[in-house]
Design a binder for this molecule. Structure first.
Ligand code: KG4
Ligand code: ZN
Length: 357
């Protein structure tokens, strides 16, 4: 089974072709990603209008490249998948409409994929991870702990009440005059800083739930920075180190709660799976290694280009859904918000639709 996948929910324009074999393993035939990071750098964050326009300008070329690199014509593919949300609605419309057009013209099934579901299922493409597993998704737009029990069977165990972890890194970088995206810059500065110089809060520490809150930490950092302004290079490094250490402590405490909740409800997870750009952070990765060891689960961290937004994860989620006969009609709507727990497999979805009628 071969599926073309399209991703346009944030600031990456991406398309990929992925094959799924009968035994459930997968193979990436092409994976083309064009990051808009440079277009947004001057603003210190993603500007929705700029993102939507940039997707329109390049998506057809990106898709053509993905098909060429896979060495395939459209008649060789079995389905067209696109991320139908959640995300910046302008971009989602561009990707989903394009997928619909290809599906219609080529007479192929359409699979409307939830972007978070695609992150959640990537570990099955890279490592053939068995259900159930615990997903820690931390990117610029999302911070979630999810029990992945099957295709279309997700239970959210924790989420952020305000900023995403990546967003907190980006805002810290912006405040300190570092570039965008901020995560890698803050990590670099932190490496030569003193993590104990500033006392920053660890929001939500010790709570039984697995939710996050980052905005208080961000404000505390700003107040510390304002107190000692103008900042020297060493001040910036120390602020970054103190901030990163606070986030590391928060992730340890919150994810540990999430894993306890997982175990109480679903037993020991087969794996702890990380996804999203934040998983690239070495200090956070150490926390993941420690926690996976503690619960006796394997740690699965897909390679960086599959951890961050890409088309292969959409194509793969499309494969997994198509293998179960889960396709969508051409009138499926793009969604800015689409919680993972609402992504049900066919039976549940049909029952819900019937109930509305
Ligand atoms: O998954 P991703 O590429 O895109 C989405 O947001 O969907 O994640 C990007 C986020 C940014 O907020 C970036 O600052 C953060 O991941 N990030 C990091 C690191 N590398 C990327 N955060 C902390 N440390 C890093 N090394
Ligand atoms: Zn993402």
């Amino acid at each position: 089974m071969i599926v073309l996948g399209i991703e346009t929910t944030c600031d990456e324009t991406a398309a990929a072709v992925v094959e799924r074999f009968e035994d459930g393993s997968g193979n990436i035939l092409s994976n083309v990603v064009l990051s808009q990071a440079r277009e947004h750098a001057a603003f210190g964050g993603v500007v929705p209008e700029i993102a939507a326009r940039a997707h329109v300008e390049v998506l057809d070329v990106i898709i053509a490249n993905a098909m060429t690199q896979a060495g395939l014509r459209y008649d060789a593919i079995d389905g067209v998948a696109a991320a139908a949300g959640p995300g910046l609605i302008g971009g989602v419309i561009v990707g989903l409409t394009t997928a619909k057009a290809i599906a219609l013209v080529q007479n192929k099934p359409l699979i409307a994929v939830n972007h978070l579901e695609a992150h959640a299922l990537t570990a099955r493409l890279t490592d053939q991870t068995a259900f159930p597993y615990c997903l820690f998704l931390a990117s610029g737009g999302h911070t979630q702990i999810v029990a992945v029990r099957g295709v279309g069977d997700y239970v959210r165990l924790g989420t952020t009440q305000d900023d995403a972890i990546g967003e907190a890194f980006d805002k810290t970088a912006k405040l300190l005059g570092l570039g965008y995206p901020g995560g890698p810059q803050v990590e670099k500065e932190a490496a030569r800083g003193n993590a104990t110089r500033f006392t920053l809060p660890r929001p939500m520490h010790g709570r039984k739930d697995a939710d996050f809150s980052l905005s208080g930490l961000k404000t505390a950092l700003r107040l510390e920075a304002e107190k000692i302004a103008p900042l020297t290079d060493q001040d910036v490094a120390d602020l970054c180190a103190s901030f990163q250490q606070a986030v590391v402590d928060v992730v340890f405490d919150r994810l540990r709660s999430g894993l306890l909740l997982f175990r109480a409800r679903f037993g020991t997870p087969s794996a702890l799976v990380a996804a999203g750009g934040v998983a690239a952070n070495h200090a956070i990765r150490k926390v993941l290694i420690r926690l996976a060891f503690e619960v006796g689960a394997t740690l699965v961290v897909p390679p960086p280009d599959l951890c961050t937004d890409n088309g292969a994860m959409i194509a793969w989620a499309g494969c997994e859904r198509l293998a179960l006969g889960l396709t969508d009609s051409l009138d499926v709507a793009p969604r800015a918000r689409w919680p993972l727990d609402e992504v049900a497999a066919a039976e549940g979805a049909r029952r819900r639709t019937a109930a509305y009628k």
